[in-house]
Design a protein around this ligand. Structure first.
Ligand code: MN
Length: 228
């Protein structure tokens, strides 16, 4: 899915403070991984390409062990601004839950990235704060029934790879590269929650007490819109 139509359609920007965004005119090579405590915890892996962030939801998160094949479900392109987003998406909104910027840096494809994505095999280098070296994204054959494309994210064997008995990078470095905070600390940041709630409600004049009451009410609502 190219472009940001799906991203915009899924979100109510009067209720979430995720960036609305637009396809960027500049061409960069950023990557970001956002730990996302939605209904199910996952890590969103995003590569900047042609003015958007190509995105995959990696259920178990990346592994530095070359034998680990981590399921990476292709999701909608996100705006470039999204790489800066850290905070809590309100309950009841798409992807409701807390987002942490777990890693970021730059990436470089081996060969043409567009061709690689089209044929379902992308080899690329990451130069992040936590992840480095050569990686593979490999699209799995569709059995026809899935709504989205499933890929596998695999670390190549190189100096940045680890053996299975070495520490898990997800546990070794759980902190945000943006703020140093744990995902629980971000979730507990009441100030940012009230701020986004008041923006949604009445343009910023809502009192903290009112906002807290409404947040509790919203938390009780069932959450059908939430992503996997
Ligand atoms: Mn997500």
């Amino acid at each position: 899915m190219a472009g940001l139509q799906t991203y915009v359609a899924k979100r109510d920007f009067s209720k979430t403070r995720e960036p609305r965004g637009a396809r960027a005119k500049t061409r960069g090579n950023a990557f970001v991984i956002q730990k996302h405590a939605a209904r199910r915890l996952h890590y969103d892996f995003r590569l900047e390409l042609d003015g958007v962030l190509k995105s995959w939801a990696v259920t178990k998160g990346p592994s530095l062990v070359p034998g680990d094949k981590r399921l990476a479900v292709e999701v909608e392109d996100h705006p470039i601004d999204y790489q800066e987003f850290e905070g809590t998406i309100p309950k009841g909104q798409y992807g409701g839950g807390t987002v942490q910027v777990w890693d970021r840096g730059v990436w470089a494809p081996h060969g043409d990235a567009r061709k690689g994505l089209a044929k379902g095999k992308l080899d690329f280098e990451l130069a992040g704060e936590k992840l480095q070296g050569l990686w593979h994204l490999v699209r799995m054959r569709s059995s026809g029934g899935e709504k989205r494309n499933n890929w596998l994210l695999i670390k190549a064997r190189d100096a940045a790879a680890r053996e299975r008995d070495e520490p898990d990078i997800l546990e070794e470095h759980p902190e945000s590269v943006l703020s140093g905070r744990s995902i629980d600390e971000i979730a507990a940041d009441k100030k940012s929650k009230v701020w986004q709630s008041s923006r949604a409600q009445d343009g910023g004049t809502e009192t903290p007490a009112k906002a807290a009451k409404r947040a509790t009410r919203e938390q009780r609502q069932t959450n059908k819109a939430e992503e996997d």
